[in-house]
Design a protein around this ligand. Structure first.
Ligand code: F6P
Length: 480
């Protein structure tokens, strides 16, 4: 739009690209980490809208700019905003609390205060770029107060919110000192989307317990002074990937050749096992290394020419949060031990890569892997599992998938595991390695059907259709 206002606006903590300093001091843009960007990028390219978010560096003033046909509107965050709002409240309070308290959440009032302030800033910047009656789609747990703030600032807008991570059961959620404000913050939206049926149910229960509002399957009635209640849709929209684009990438001769090269570089093992995660304590990397290490110790797996290797990509994440620093130390100690005990001069037990990679390299790694391990202890969805399936146009490869990842609701033909059950995980790894070709093909075909049919376009279409249905009959402001 010419007047700098847009009829479709996405708001998330991060923009799809991060500003980074190169070694020579110049600034460059790099794709942001995580599943949120993977899912939303194709949606945004098709929409011609604006994307409001942080540019990945503290204290920089940046004017709005175009990237890949999308208008990016940077929100400035100071170093202290990042410490209190992002590293503190978002990633040391909400993240562990919403992931079943796998790590202990910390509750600090100064973090909460700054979270509310920064949410207000996001709401104000969004209000400034949204056209009259625009559709605004708020993303994820960093911005749970934005829907309500935005509704107060701009009652003309149609507001959606999608929650990319789990929403915990009330027994856990109720620990949060600001539990009522967060529940109310989300209710400012017209449509609230969750990954799993259980997440939507947990949220509706929190609304009933804290506010006493009536809920039905898929909706909540918000009482209004002197007017009929406002109906908020709150239901499940499992997120996905751009399956066709990923398939095409994996089919390209460069990626196919690169996959073969990776196997040669690994010393031609019979079996390549792969793990790909942000280096996060929710991903179950420790459990995976424990199971693999025990299989080597038991002599049920060997390292060397014609044997097995585990490739673990652990992309750097939230490196200034204490729990992440500790996790990194533990993982790297364990990897070092496994390589010391079981590696040879020419072959490692674990090929460990603490780096992020472009999509082409990821597709090649998926193709090179006989077994993909997704052992999350809790995960909103896990798009890595879906990418692995999309890449396997050869209908080969075995996906071992945690039942605690949202993806397990859909990817039923994977080998489903409980990552806490180390004996069960070891058996599943061995079963995956020795699975006959016919069974591999049968399972992978069924998985591919699912991921093709339920791709990211379907996810966004479903969500946005429900959001548009909220508008009044003349396409004007939302009916209340
Ligand atoms: O999908 C969960 C998520 O937290 C996204 O919201 C986020 O962009 C991504 O993981 C990566 O995390 P971060 O932005 O903290 O690096």
């Amino acid at each position: 739009m010419g007047d700098g206002r847009y009829s479709f606006v996405v708001v998330s903590n991060r923009l799809p690209v991060d500003r980074v300093e190169e070694e020579d001091g110049t600034a460059a843009w790099r794709r942001s980490p995580g599943g949120l960007v993977t899912a939303l990028e194709p949606v945004m390219r098709a929409s011609g809208g604006a994307w409001v978010g942080w540019a990945g560096q503290p204290d920089i003033d940046l004017a709005p700019f175009d990237n890949d046909e999308v208008r990016l509107v940077p929100v400035k965050l100071s170093a202290s905003d990042l410490r209190l709002y992002y590293e503190g409240f978002s990633n040391d309070t909400i993240w562990p609390l919403y992931h079943d308290v796998i790590a202990q959440p910390t509750y600090r009032r100064v973090w909460w205060d700054r979270y509310a302030q920064v949410n207000r800033r996001f709401a104000e910047e969004t209000a400034a770029v949204a056209a009259e009656g625009a559709t605004v789609w708020v993303q994820d747990y960093h911005l749970q107060l934005v829907p309500r703030m935005l509704r107060e600032l701009r009652p003309d807008l149609v507001i959606g919110y999608f929650h990319h991570i789990p929403f915990p059961p009330y027994g856990i959620y109720s620990q949060l000192p600001w539990r009522t404000q967060i529940v109310q913050g989300l209710l400012g939206a017209d449509v609230i989307g969750f990954q799993r049926v259980a997440d939507a149910g947990n949220y509706a229960r929190a609304v009933r317990r804290l506010l006493g509002y009536r809920t039905a399957t898929g909706s909540i009635e918000v009482p209004q002074d002197g007017a009929p209640p406002r109906r908020v849709v709150a239901k499940t929209y499992p997120i996905s990937i751009d399956t066709a684009a990923f398939e095409e990438l994996a089919r390209s001769p460069e990626v196919q050749e690169r996959a073969q090269q990776i196997r040669r570089d690994l010393g031609n093992p019979a079996t390549v096992i792969l793990g790909v995660d942000r280096l996060d304590y929710t991903k179950g990397i420790r459990h995976r290394l424990k199971a693999y290490g025990e299989l080597l110790e038991d002599g049920r797996l060997q390292v060397g020419e014609g044997e097995t290797v585990l490739v673990q990509v652990a992309s750097p994440s939230r490196e200034r949060v204490e729990a992440y620093m500790q996790l990194r130390d533990e993982i790297e100690l364990t990897v070092g031990r496994l390589n010391g005990d079981f590696g040879t001069i020419s072959h490692q037990a674990v090929s460990y890569l603490h780096q992020g990679y472009p999509r082409e390299e990821m597709a090649a790694l998926y193709l090179a892997a006989d077994v993909m391990l997704v052992t999350a202890l809790r995960d909103g969805m896990n798009l890595v599992a879906k990418e692995y399936v999309a890449a396997r146009g050869d209908e080969d490869g075995v996906l071992v998938l945690s039942e605690f990842a949202g993806a397990s609701d859909e990817l039923r033909q994977a080998l489903l595991i409980n990552p806490h059950d180390i004996a069960g995980l070891k058996d599943a790894i061995l079963r995956a390695i020795s699975m006959p070709r016919d069974e591999r093909r049968r399972r992978m075909r069924a998985l591919r059907r699912r991921v093709r049919e339920y791709d990211v376009a379907r996810w966004s279409r479903g969500f946005l259709a429900d959001l548009e249905a909220v508008r009044g009959p003349a396409g004007g402001p939302p009916a209340s």
